[in-house]
Design a protein around this ligand. Structure first.
Ligand SMILES: [Zn+2]
Ligand SMILES: [Zn+2]
Length: 266
């Protein structure tokens, strides 16, 4: 368990959506969420919503997986805070995700190696393999196995008010449903639903969710206190996905579609 108790005020139990779309067409922006003020989950293009001061305040970046729509803005974040931080910011991810960042992004070809800049002993960022659990003030966070086309996790976040699952990119299998059900009652399920039902085959092949999988999962774990927030909708397919979801789930006001700027009180 990693503890970081030094500043309770940096860890309010609020998850702010910075980016949540399945692409960037038409002003859309990809996955990035700010937990409190000092923790990022994923660094897709939505990260550009944060001003320089807020970027500088981020001490921890937790990644779900290596795909560009979840990591690309890390490059620009490193550049923006380069030379301005007293301590490096931490990138927490699966070993395969860290290996991909080192080999393909911060490799001195696509982008400088900010784990050695500005100085080897005092770099801009440091890589950390994921621990089983983390504690930030009253928030507890831990990785949760996802099922995607590359090694991937989501995150379980516990606040004093309840439990949240942020899925990251995943497809829905029987084992996944069993694992989510074993978490007990969720307060928030922040779940991707990338494709409409007509593209269920592609969703499965690419390790994503379609409304049929979503409905199976929600039916297995639903309870009156559950709020479902959908993310990662493929641009251009939003209406079709929403109609498919409405036809399969009757969640009423407990169903939300993530929007940049949306804040969830965890
Ligand atoms: Zn992905
Ligand atoms: Zn993605």
């Amino acid at each position: 368990m990693m503890h970081d108790d030094d500043a309770q005020p940096g860890y309010p139990s609020v998850l702010t959506v910075l980016g949540c779309d399945g692409g960037v067409a038409g002003g859309k922006s990809t996955s990035s969420f700010l937990l409190g003020e000092r923790i990022l989950i994923d660094a897709g293009t939505g990260l550009s919503r944060l001003g320089s001061d807020k970027l500088l305040a981020v001490d921890h970046v937790f990644l779900t997986h290596s795909h560009l729509d979840h990591i690309c803005a890390l490059a620009f974040m490193a550049d923006a805070v380069f030379g301005l931080r007293e301590q490096p910011f931490a990138i927490h991810a699966l070993p395969a995700t860290l290996a991909a960042l080192k080999a393909h992004l911060f490799n001195d070809v696509l982008w400088p190696d900010f784990s050695r800049l500005p100085r080897q002993g005092s770099p801009t960022l440091r890589y950390h393999e994921l621990n089983p659990a983390y504690e930030f003030g009253t928030l507890h966070l831990r990785p949760f196995q996802a099922v995607h086309s590359v090694p991937a996790v989501g995150y379980v976040i516990d606040s004093p008010a309840g439990r949240t699952l942020l899925s990251g990119d995943t497809t829905i299998t029987d084992d996944y449903i069993t694992a989510v059900a074993a978490l007990g009652p969720l307060r928030w399920l922040v779940m991707e639903c990338a494709f409409p039902a007509a593209m269920s085959g592609i969703a499965c092949l690419s390790g994503h969710v379609s409304p049929d999988g979503l409905a199976q999962l929600v039916q297995a774990i639903d309870h009156p206190g559950l709020q479902v927030v959908l993310t990662h909708l493929k641009p251009g397919c939003e209406r079709e996905i929403m109609a498919d979801v409405d036809g399969r789930l009757a969640l009423g006001p407990r169903l939300h579609y993530a929007q940049p700027g949306m804040q969830l009180a965890l």
